[in-house]
Design a protein around this ligand. Structure first.
Ligand SMILES: *[C@@H]1O[C@H](CO)[C@@H](O)[C@H](O)[C@H]1NC(C)=O
Ligand SMILES: *[C@@H]1O[C@H](CO)[C@@H](O)[C@H](O)[C@H]1NC(C)=O
Ligand SMILES: *[C@@H]1O[C@H](CO)[C@@H](O)[C@H](O)[C@H]1NC(C)=O
Ligand SMILES: *[C@@H]1O[C@H](CO)[C@@H](O)[C@H](O)[C@H]1NC(C)=O
Ligand SMILES: CC(=O)N[C@H]1CO[C@H](CO)[C@@H](O)[C@@H]1O
Length: 774
């Protein structure tokens, strides 16, 4: 009897702990989202789970919470989850459910933007390329094939989330979900079919019965069951299309992304904080930082074309997950202020709120401790030993009839869309053809020009096995005509063109219809203007790199492969390999790939992504001084002009082993791997300034402030971009700051004439500027 009772108790206990936490009622009115009937201010930040690792997630979410957020937003990435038709991947960094549970564990809300179109600077906007092989497919419009697949995937995600009780209606963290994404921006291009489609989206979403509201961003005509929300740098002047729904801002761009060939964008903290303050003041009740943590486009996930793997976004948490100061700290203070005013903001009259007091949120607080990874990194004190292999081209010289036996070679009498030929399994596609030229041919004996009309991101051309040129673009125009000269020999000449994608486009009406790779015509043009059009020749296609077929990147592969010593420099299409020790400590690890051209890197078989350090950012448009006044735009406040767009490549610590690690590079353009090094991001310098009457807070985050490099209270001289002493300066500035801060992890200094003993300085623009080292 006794033991039965025990069993019964145990069963009851089990039932209790498996029961979902209490369901929460999420509704809304014209002022705010209401949670269990209470109007709430929601301050959210975007963290995209596949742009970091599960090992990083807990600390990212914790830092978001410490930064004053009460919600995390993510898109759902269809092509990451269904890379092959009906074959799903929810493992590792694709573990959406785990990510949502971690958000719940921190007690935060979640916003789930399913899309499934996401844009997001993500490859093909999140669509799997296999969708293109379904007959009659047109994306994002009234199209049965598309709507069927969209419904299939969206239903799958909603079912998975429901199964785990993750909607608030089931006791989970998700308070809002999104269907489609910024469709309003492009809808007019689809005519009536676009309008029917968006109505279908709304009806379909309703049928999923998730128990929390659905949103549609940038959809000014959103059907009544959907809440229309705003995306942009500023949304204070936005109003939803229905006065019974709250004013919500789903993408507040905390910075901007970076292209190969682009400089580093920065959105100043002042401007961002001002925009947020103003939004809530004008009746806003939910806003989301896009991004709060940008992270990294590992593997081939970057969209574009030409988006870098670093997706730092100048977000409050930097690419590696460390605090980006002063942004993180300043926003934290703003958030706590907003939260303290939750009732006022969601119940008070919008028009009566005092604009002036909000403005002061913007200027009163300045917290600083800037991590400057790029300038102060420590090199490891040993040399990397390199080995190499050539990428093997059996097919390069042979007439195409002789290569049909090669693995994966297919034929067609026309030029094929690159993404269809590869199913986007690789950046690389060979287009090969042969042309017979004899003495009686009108172009015989001439030096000819090979003309290739393409929509290529990079093109390499070979004539009879000889490299005759490489072309790519610098100005955002991805269609170009390649021209290279060659002297045909008598008989069969072979033409091999390697077209390389650098991220498929992710934005615009009908972006799915744009053909990639070689479009044609492909011609030989002789000096006497006689042309040979080769476009309808027989073409042989081969997808991918030979080295990947041989698993050169896979360190655990059983096959023994030969790697040679005495590496070549500046040679195209070479594989390099080395081993390195894991740097000690907890600091983030990066590869400094300066010296290399373009290619791809793997560490212990993990795909770090594309690299292209030889692509320099534009020379012009940067300024050392950033004037935050006026409206922000992505080309304002740029840095890093004339330097490699991306020199450092993040290697998450979870990719590393305790001891030796293998780094494999595929170098496409030619470079010098001897210049490559493994570095940690550790040095910190902090720079801060604030005006009289404020408190300046400095912090080094779990490290003591070791040195004050500069301190001045007075009318600083900022005319040349760097703040320097002005005509009035408190002589004891340095000692006051040293006394308050040295040896401490955090310090705060009241900025006043008394504190610094400054008398008789007439300027009304007095401020304190400090540079510290952590
Ligand atoms: C691409 O994938 C689709 C769907 O799995 C398949 O039908 C098609 O044959 C594939 N194309 C190539 C070139 O492999
Ligand atoms: C494709 O569309 C055409 C024209 O709308 C239609 O006749 C055909 O049946 C469709 N094919 C499939 C497989 O749906
Ligand atoms: C998704 O497609 C599969 C077939 O591939 C089918 O079994 C399943 O029922 C579909 N799901 C929905 C919700 O349509
Ligand atoms: C400000 O600094 C610049 C040099 O950086 C100097 O030329 C200028 O005279 C200074 N102005 C004042 C008011 O000190
Ligand atoms: C309208 C627009 O450009 N929206 C973009 C805003 O920025 C995010 C992130 O960069 C993109 O995903 C949107 O497409």
């Amino acid at each position: 009897m006794g033991s039965l009772k025990f069993l019964l108790l145990a069963v009851i206990f089990l039932i209790t702990i498996n029961q979902p936490t209490t369901a929460v009622d999420v509704t809304y009115d014209g002022r705010a989202i209401k949670i269990d009937g209470e109007r709430r201010i929601i301050i959210s930040g975007s963290i995209h789970y596949p742009r970091s690792t599960p090992e990083m997630w807990p600390s990212l979410i914790k830092k978001a919470k410490e930064g004053g957020l009460n919600a995390i937003e993510t898109y759902v990435f269809w092509n990451a989850h269904e890379p092959l038709y009906r074959q799903y991947d929810f493992s590792g960094s694709n573990d959406l459910i785990k990510f949502l549970k971690l958000i719940q564990d921190e007690g935060l809300y979640a916003l789930l933007r399913i899309g499934p179109y996401v844009c997001a600077e993500w490859n093909f906007g999140g669509f799997p390329v296999w969708l293109k092989s379904i007959p009659n497919m047109t994306f994002r419009t009234q199209n049965d094939a598309f709507m069927y697949e969209m419904k299939n995937f969206t239903t799958k995600i909603v079912d998975m989330v429901k199964q785990e009780n993750l909607f608030a209606s089931e006791g989970g963290p998700i308070i809002l979900a999104q269907i489609e994404n910024e469709y309003g921006n492009i809808m007019s291009s689809y005519g009536n079919a676009g309008k029917s489609y968006i109505n279908w989206c709304a009806n379909f979403a309703e049928t999923l019965d998730i128990g929390v509201p659905w949103i549609m961003c940038q959809q000014s005509d959103a059907p009544a069951s959907m809440i229309n929300t705003c995306n942009g740098y500023y949304c204070d002047q936005f109003w939803p299309n229905n006065k019974n729904v709250p004013k919500m801002w789903t993408e507040n761009w905390s910075g901007w992304y970076k292209d190969w060939g682009g400089a580093d964008p920065h959105r100043t903290t002042e401007d961002l904080a001002f925009a947020v303050g103003r939004f809530y003041q004008y009746g806003g009740s939910l806003q989301n930082y896009y991004m709060y943590h940008g992270g990294t486009n590992f593997g081939r996930t970057a969209g574009g074309p030409y988006i870098t793997t670093a997706y730092d976004y100048d977000a409050p948490l930097n690419e590696y997950g460390d605090l980006n100061q002063p942004k993180w700290g300043h926003l934290k203070q703003l958030h706590s202020l907003l939260m303290s005013m939750e009732k006022v903001l969601t119940y008070g009259e919008v028009s009566n709120t005092d604009y002036g007091s909000m403005m002061s949120v913007n200027t009163q607080t300045t917290v600083i401790a800037k991590k400057l990874p790029k300038e102060a990194q420590e090199k490891l004190h040993y040399k990397l030993e390199w080995k190499w292999r050539a990428e093997h081209f059996e097919h390069l010289k042979a007439p195409i009839k002789d290569i049909s036996h090669l693995k994966g070679v297919t034929f067609a009498n026309h030029l094929i869309d690159q993404k269809l030929a590869t199913n986007d399994t690789s950046d690389y596609l060979w287009y090969m053809t042969s042309v017979d030229i004899n003495e009686d041919d009108p172009i015989w004996g001439e030096e000819v020009t090979l003309q290739v009309n393409c929509n290529c991101h990079v093109l390499h051309a070979f004539f009879n096995g000889k490299h005759i040129g490489t072309k790519w673009v610098k100005n955002g125009q991805y269609s170009f005509v390649f021209e290279g000269s060659a002297k045909p020999k008598r008989g069969t000449n072979s033409i091999s063109l390697l077209s390389v994608t650098v991220g498929l486009p992710n934005y615009g009406a009908y972006f799915d219809k744009v053909q990639n790779g070689i479009l044609g015509p492909v011609k030989l043009v002789a000096p006497n203007s006689i042309e040979k059009d080769l476009s309808s020749n027989e073409w042989a296609y081969k997808v991918g790199l030979n080295g990947l077929e041989r698993d050169l990147q896979d360190v655990d592969a059983k096959k023994k492969r030969k790697w040679h010593p005495n590496i070549p420099f500046g040679r195209m299409f070479v594989w390099y390999k080395t081993t390195f020790r894991t740097p000690k400590g907890k600091d983030p690890i990066v590869l400094d790939l300066w010296g290399l051209g373009k290619g791809n890197a793997w560490v212990n078989g993990h795909d770090i992504g594309r690299y292209w350090p030889s692509f320099l950012a534009q020379e012009d448009g940067c300024s050392s001084f950033c004037d935050y006044r006026g409206n922000y735009h992505a080309s304002k406040c740029l840095t890093n002009c004339g330097k490699p767009s991306q020199r450092w490549y993040h290697v998450p610590r979870s990719f590393l082993k305790d001891e030796d690690n293998t780094l494999v590079l595929f170098e496409e353009f030619g470079g010098n791997p001897k210049l490559v090094s493994v570095q940690t991001v550790n040095a910190e310098k902090a720079f801060a300034h604030a005006y009289e009457g404020n408190t300046l807070e400095l912090s080094c985050h779990e490290r003591p402030i070791s040195k004050i490099n500069f301190a001045s209270f007075g009318n600083l001289n900022g005319t040349h971009g760097v703040l320097a002493k002005g005509s009035c300066h408190a002589p004891n500035s340095l000692s006051v700051v040293e006394k308050a801060c040295i040896g401490k992890e955090k310090c705060s200094i009241d900025i006043s004439e008394e504190a610094f003993g400054l008398r008789g300085c007439k300027s009304s623009q007095k401020r304190l500027a400090v540079e510290v080292e952590c």
